[in-house]
Each structure stands twice: as C-alpha cells, then as structure tokens.
Design a protein around this ligand. Structure first.
Ligand code: C2E
Ligand code: CA
Ligand code: CA
Length: 569
C-alpha cells in the first residue's frame, strides 16, 4: 500500500480492511472506493444508491457509466486530477442515472486512498434528491404562476431585463405586449371561480400557440398577461402577432359547457424605440393597453408618446378622485323637469359634479367612466341616492308637493358591483321618500355585461315601486326589442336630437317614430336638451309628456332650485 502522508486515507487509519468495512457499515453516507470508474468497494448506503443492494451482489457497474451525461465529464476530470496528484480533493454535485431511469442527485467529495496496493479514489456521497426537488419546487413557486404554469411577474421581469441587455448587444429590438381580458370579471362573477380559472388556463394555452418558442408569455396576476417578443424585426411583425392574439381571444371559449365570448385589449411598446429601461417599457405597455381598452376593447394599440402624459394625468385624477368624497368635493346639481302641457315643474334630475381643488369643475363625462373603472362608482351612486332622496323628500314636505319626483342616473357598465337594488329599500326607508317619487335613469348598456343579472335587478326595482326611465334613447342600438324587454315606464329622447327638430326633416320623422313607438308600448316620453320655446312646443305637439333643458332651467345647486320652487308656490 502506498503511503499518502499529506492526506491520511481512511483505510490507512483503520487497522485493516475489515475494520474499515465495519466502520462504514452503518454510515448514512455512501462510501465508494473506485478507480477508473471500477467500483472496488461500496458500503451498504452506497450499494443502495448504485443498485447493488446486498453485500453479495457483484459490483460490476462502472461508476462513470452510472453518471448522468451532464455531470460525467466533470467528475471524470476531477478523478483524474486527484489520481495524478494535481488535486487533493474535489467536491461536486453529480447526478446518477439508475438502471430504471431514475435520476438521483448526489453531493460528493472525493480524495485519494490506497486500496489493495494501488492508489484509488475515496468518495463520500450523500443523496440530496429530496433537497434538490424542494429547491426546484421553491424556485418554481417563486418564478411561475401556479394556475397556468406561465412565468410570473418575477421571472417576467428577469426575462425582460435579459432581453433588453441582449438587444443592446445584438442591436435588435424587443416588443413588449400587455394583454388584458375584457370580460374576465364577468366570467368570474357569473360562472364562478372554477370557470374563471379554466378561462385563464385556456387563454394561456392560446397565447402560447400564437407565440414563438423564443418569446415569453407571462401572467402578471388576475387577467393580466404579457408577452416579450425578442429579435423583433421592425415592421408589421408585432402588429401581426397582436392581431392574432386578438383573434384567439375573440374565438369563443367553452366554460361550464357553454360558449363564452370574451375579448382582449393589447398594448404594445418597443425597446429601445419607446423607452430605454424596463420600467419605462412597463409604463408604456400599460398606457397603450389602457388606450386599447378605451377605444372600445378588442383592439391593440402601439405606444405613442402622448399616451404617457395622458396616463400621468389619469393617475393624478384617479388619486384625487379617491379622496373626492371624504373631502366634500362632490356636489349635486338639480335640473327641473317640466310637464309640457302645464309648464309646471314636476321633478328634478340630479347630476353629480366634482369640484376639483385645482382643475375646478370636472365634467361627469370625464370622471364617471374613471369612477366606474376604479370601482368608486357604487360608493358615489349610493351617496347620490342618499343625498338626492333626502333633498327631494325635504322639498316635497316643505312645499307640500306630493307629486314631486327625483331622478338619479345609474351607472350601467358596472351595475353588478352596485347591487343598487339591495341598497334602495334602506335608502327609501331612511329618507321617507315614497318609491314612486324616485326615478332611476338607466341606459341600454345595462344589458351589455350580464343581461340576466341586470334584468333581475330591474324587476326587483320595479317591484319596489321605483320608476325606471331609459336614458339617451335614439343613440346606440335603441332597438324595439330592448324597449320591449326592459321594464321601464319612461324613455328620454337623447338630447342630441332635440336641436334639430325644427330644421331637419329626418330628425322630425325619427322623433315622431320614437314617440309613437313609446306610446304603443305604454311608455312615457321625456325630451331633454330643450333650449327654446319652439323646441318645447314641438315636443309637446308630438305627445311628449315632459321636457327638460336650459330653456326651463340649467342644472343648479339646491339653494337655487329651492328658490325656483318657492317662486312657483
Ligand atoms: P345625461 O344623463 O344624459 O345628462 C344630461 C346632460 O345634459 C347633463 O350633462 C346636463 O347638464 C346636460 N343638459 C341639460 N340640459 C341641457 C340643454 O338644454 N342643452 C344641453 N346641451 N345640455 C343639457 P352633465 O351634467 O355634464 O352630465 C353628462 C352625463 O354624465 C349625463 O348624461 C350622465 O350620463 C352622466 N352623469 C351625470 N351625473 C351622473 C350621476 O350622478 N351618475 C351617473 N352614473 N352618471 C351621471
Ligand atoms: Ca340622465
Ligand atoms: Ca340623457
């Protein structure tokens, strides 16, 4: 046996080979002595690993051949270095491929040892497969989305950073897309979470089918997906992909056995053209997506610099709107509604107004869609109902005005979130306003998102005795079937028509048709946007019951409205 003075081999310190055997019998670690891959000795723990379970089994496996190709080279080189004296020891993580195909991960450290008269290698091995699997699981959990298996926000961010670095090096372009589903919330709310989950999985598959292997599709959370397209040749490539994505999302999905139509909005930005860092790209893609959504959904938009200012302004406004109510910046304006036959005030429409500290009066058309989007609308509507009903009841008592009614506009795009029908009985009870003195103005959009839910809400409101008017009639689809279907007792001719009733023969025909249609369905007709006596006369002659507009009175604060009422009584 060769003496190794610097590196006392264990079999040398043991008195003899038997002692060594005995010593290693009960060790948890696998101990192998080998040379050129030939296994000379294996303790029981090592035998288990290399599939030579009992003492008698021959050690005829070659260690090097058991190694998985991706760790073989390295291990052979290290063994060689030790035998040649170049290295005193080596530690490495290796993978063994068992005859049954199973892979085990081992942590090893090796050193030289004299064995049966020649220099061999002494290797201690520990099975770390479980730890490795756990590490992998943790890595996976930290980087991938559980539901879809797509990269998550963290990995997405890494990849995007990597791709921008690579693009710098290769002087190429990267396109970043934000993809948002237009009706995900609706699916979740009406078909349930399981259907929502299924939809997200289906969407991720469809996105993967559109994109190349080198692209990254990630899910940032909720229904927000994103795609990174590296090496994007300038020109229509990204456009084509975005178009294909929209097509995929607009193809019906089968959820809970039924066909479901959703669509997507896509925002696209390009590196380095639009931004020089990752955060800038994210902001751009978001702005472009927002624009796509606003332009009517089921669309894609490329980022343009003006979107940036727009997005900033929107963010500011959004922040301010969140505080508008607690800071008492919201007020109500009341516009008189006149009975055309008698010229008397019979009610008022209430409008929300936002008195912004620096911008002044912000138009409801500017902030109501925003309030809908950021989920503030239900809070606003509730406040409107509460305040307007209280006010109306005060005037009814003060002027002994039993027929006076108040109208409140209901936001229709997000009516589900309102559950207005649940709130209204309580508000009426608290304020003492009879249900018949409340009119809710809805638009046909109410049927757009969830028709069934909307119908049940409207029927519930009708049963409470509350009146419903269909606002802005004549715009949009305004079909006969919608009018027949909705349990409304009045329709408001859109204010866009009224200015033309004296000059444009087509408008005259249209207004006459609307009035006669409404009458045949036993609905009242209210004309809005009346700005002159002639217009009022026209509407009255055609059978309109009520009218409102600047001619009778502008929307005014409660004090002015009260003065006006006082004059009339
Ligand atoms: P709308 O319900 O159709 O309201 C009628 C709009 O026409 C109001 O504008 C009103 O001030 C204006 N108007 C009234 N008379 C005349 C007239 O003679 N000529 C002209 N040219 N316009 C007239 P406003 O207050 O800016 O509201 C715009 C829209 O914002 C409303 O349209 C309504 O859709 C929405 N809105 C206003 N207040 C509320 C609210 O409290 N809740 C909800 N959900 N929406 C509201
Ligand atoms: Ca209205
Ligand atoms: Ca209207």
């Amino acid at each position: 046996m060769t003496q190794q003075s610097s590196n006392q081999p264990p079999s040398e310190t043991a008195k003899n080979q038997d002692d060594f055997r005995e010593l290693t019998q009960t060790l948890q670690e696998g101990i192998l002595i080998h040379r050129d891959g030939v296994i000379l000795y294996a303790n029981p723990a090592a035998r288990k690993i290399i599939d030579a379970p009992d003492q008698e089994s021959p050690l005829d496996n070659n260690l090097f051949e058991l190694l998985h190709p991706d760790s073989r080279e390295k291990f052979i080189q290290a063994s060689h270095d030790i035998i040649s004296g170049e290295k005193q020891w080596a530690a490495s993580e290796i993978r063994l491929e068992k005859p049954d195909g199973n892979i085990v991960e081992m942590e090893t450290s090796s050193g030289p040892t004299p064995f049966q008269g020649q220099l061999a290698l002494f290797t201690v091995m520990r099975d770390i497969s479980q730890r490795k699997r756990q590490e992998e699981r943790i890595h996976h959990q930290a980087n991938y989305d559980n539901l879809t298996g797509l990269p998550n926000r963290t990995l997405f961010y890494d990849r995007l950073t990597q791709e921008t670095v690579r693009a710098n090096r290769q002087n190429s372009r990267v396109a970043l897309m934000f993809i948002d589903l237009d009706r995900f919330k609706w699916v979740n709310d009406t078909l349930g979470h399981a259907a929502g989950d299924q939809l997200l999985k289906d969407v991720s598959e469809r996105l993967l089918s559109v994109l190349r292997k080198s692209d990254t599709v990630a899910r940032l959370g909720g229904d927000e997906f994103t795609a990174i397209l590296p090496d994007m040749a300038k020109g229509p490539f990204a456009e084509r992909v975005a178009g294909e994505i929209l097509k995929q999302l607009a193809t019906p999905f089968i959820l809970e056995g039924q066909e479901v139509f959703i669509s997507g909005s896509v925002g696209v930005t390009v590196y380095p053209d639009d931004a020089d860092d990752v955060d800038g790209l994210l902001r751009n893609a978001d702005s472009a997506m927002y624009r796509a959504k606003h332009d009517g959904r089921n669309a894609f938009r490329f980022f343009t610099p003006d979107m940036h200012t727009e997005a900033q302004e929107r963010m500011e406004l959004e922040k301010d709107l969140h505080r508008a109510m607690e800071r008492n910046q919201l007020v109500i304006r009341y516009q008189p509604i006149i009975q055309l036959e008698t010229g008397k005030v019979v009610g008022a429409e209430s409008f929300l107004r936002w008195n912004h500290p620096t911008k002044g009066w912000v138009s409801p058309s500017a902030f109501i869609p925003l309030a809908e989007e950021i989920g503030l609308i239900s809070q606003f509507t509730e406040w409107m109902l509460q305040t307007a009903c209280t006010q109306a009841q005060t005037w009814r008592k003060q002027f002994d005005f039993d027929d006076f009614f108040i109208t409140v506009n209901l936001s229709c795009t997000r009516c589900r979130e309102l559950s207005t029908d649940d709130k209204i009985p309580g508000i009426l009870r608290e304020t003492g306003l009879p249900p018949t003195a409340l009119v809710l103005e809805i638009t046909e959009n109410i049927l757009m998102e969830d028709e069934e839910r909307a119908m049940s809400m409207l029927n519930h409101l009708t049963h409470l005795g509350v009146n419903l008017w269909l606002d802005d009639f004549g715009t949009g689809y305004s079909s006969l079937s919608i009018l027949k279907q909705l349990p409304v007792n009045g329709i408001k001719i859109d204010r866009a028509f009224v200015p033309d009733v004296l000059t444009d023969p087509e408008t005259v025909v249209l207004v006459e048709a609307i009035v006669s249609l409404a009458h045949s369905l036993k609905r009242q007709v209210i004309g809005e946007g009346v700005e002159s006596a002639e217009q009022a006369q026209f509407l009255k002659d055609r059978g309109c019951l009520m009218g409102q507009g600047y001619y009778f009175g502008r929307p005014m604060c409660s004090v002015d409205f009260e003065k006006m009422l006082a004059k009339k009584f």
